[in-house]
Design a binder for this molecule. Structure first.
Ligand SMILES: [Zn+2]
Length: 324
C-alpha cells in the first residue's frame, strides 16, 4: 500500500547516509509466477535476482527500489519457454522504469508545458525515453477522429533546415525534410491546430486532405489561406465544393508590397536615384503602410499634403495608396 504499485509488497525501508530510502520489495501474489508463454504456474525456482526499477519521485530525497524477483523454470513439457522472470504490468519485463513513471513523464511534457529535456531531467531518464513517453501520451488523442470544421485555415511555417539525401539508385538528390511545413487549423472554431504536415506543395496538402473521411471534408464550407497557387490547387482538388477565402493578412501584405515597389520605382525613375531622408515619399514610407484607421488625423494630413506638394511623384504614390 505504501508505494501503490499493484503486485509489489514492501518488506522493509532503510534510510541511507545520504538521506535516500532503500525500499526492499517482493512480488505480492503468485500471479507473476505464471509462465508468459503457456500461462501455467511454476513452483520450480531457478534463481533469485534483484532489479532496481525506478519510480516517480516521492519526496525530496531519492527512493531506491529493490525488487527481489524469482526466476522460475517452466516445467510444462510442451512449452518452448525454459525459464522466465516475474514481471508485472506496472513494471514490464526488461524495463528499468515503472509504467507510471513513463506515464507521468509523458503527461508532464504533453499537458504541463514542460519541454522534453526538462521532463527527462525531472524523471531521471534520457531524452529519447522522455520523448517516447510523450509520444505514447498523445498517440491516442492524435488517433481520435477530427472534430467537425466549417472553416479550414491553411498556412505555411518555416521550421529548421532542409535535409537532403542522395538516392543510391538514381544518384539524384531529393529532400527528406522540408524546411517548409503546412499548418492546418480550425480557423473559426475552437479545435486549433489539426495537423502539421511536412512540405508545402499541392500534393502534400491534397494528400492530407484526401486521407480524411468524406463526411469531414463535406462539412468544410470555407478554406482561408494565402494566395499561393499550390494550396489553391490542393484545395480545389480535395475540397471542390469549399469556397476559398484569401486571408486578410496576406492580402494586406500583397497590397503593401505593391505600394512599396511602386514608391521605389517612381523615386528611381523621377529622381534617378534611391530614396533619401529629405524625400517626402521616403519620409512617409512607414505611414503609407499603416492602416488608415490606425493613423492619427494629423499624421495622415501631414503625409497627404507633403506628397501632394511634391507633384507627380507624390500623386502617383497617393493613387496607389488609395487603391491599397
Ligand atoms: Zn511455459
Amino acid at each position: 500500500m505504501l508505494l501503490g504499485i499493484e503486485g509489489l509488497a514492501v518488506v522493509s525501508v532503510v534510510r541511507q547516509d545520504d538521506g535516500a530510502r532503500v525500499v526492499e520489495m517482493v512480488t505480492d501474489d503468485g500471479a507473476a509466477a505464471a509462465c508468459p508463454a503457456c500461462g501455467v504456474y511454476s513452483v520450480s525456482v531457478k534463481e533469485r535476482t534483484v532489479t532496481r526499477p525506478r519510480d516517480v519521485p516521492y519526496g525530496p530525497a531519492p527512493v531506491r527500489l529493490r525488487w527481489h524477483k524469482t526466476r522460475w523454470r517452466c516445467r510444462e513439457p510442451l512449452c518452448p519457454r525454459v525459464t522466465f522472470t516475474e514481471s508485472l504490468p506496472s513494471v514490464p519485463a526488461r524495463s528499468r522504469l515503472t509504467a507510471r513513471l513513463r506515464a507521468e513523464c509523458g503527461e508532464q511534457v504533453a499537458e504541463h508545458s514542460r519541454c522534453v529535456l526538462s521532463g527527462a531531467r525531472r524523471y531521471g531518464v534520457s531524452w529519447p525515453v522522455a520523448h517516447a513517453a510523450f509520444v505514447a501520451h498523445v498517440a491516442a488523442r492524435l488517433a481520435a477522429p477530427l472534430p467537425p470544421v466549417q472553416v479550414l485555415g491553411i498556412d505555411e511555417t518555416r521550421r529548421g533546415k532542409p535535409v537532403w539525401a542522395k538516392d543510391q539508385v538514381t544518384g539524384r538528390w531529393r529532400i527528406v525534410q522540408d524546411r517548409w511545413h503546412t499548418g492546418i487549423v480550425d480557423a473559426a472554431g475552437t479545435a486549433g491546430l489539426l495537423a502539421h504536415v511536412d512540405g508545402r506543395t499541392a500534393a502534400t496538402v491534397a494528400d492530407w486532405l484526401g486521407a480524411q473521411p468524406d463526411a469531414w471534408r463535406a462539412g468544410i464550407g470555407y478554406v482561408c489561406m494565402d494566395l499561393s497557387a499550390s494550396y489553391l490547387k490542393a484545395v480545389t482538388t480535395a475540397l471542390p465544393d469549399a469556397v476559398v477565402v484569401a486571408d486578410r493578412f496576406h492580402l494586406v501584405r500583397l497590397g503593401n508590397d505593391m505600394l512599396t515597389e511602386l514608391r521605389q520605382r517612381v523615386t528611381r525613375e523621377d529622381r534617378g536615384r534611391r530614396g533619401r531622408k529629405k524625400d517626402p515619399e521616403w519620409a512617409s514610407r512607414r505611414r503609407l503602410l499603416t492602416g488608415h484607421d490606425r493613423l492619427r488625423p494629423e499624421a495622415f494630413a501631414r503625409m497627404w499634403n507633403s506628397l501632394i506638394d511634391e507633384g507627380d511623384i507624390g500623386i502617383e504614390i497617393l493613387h496607389a495608396y488609395a487603391v491599397n
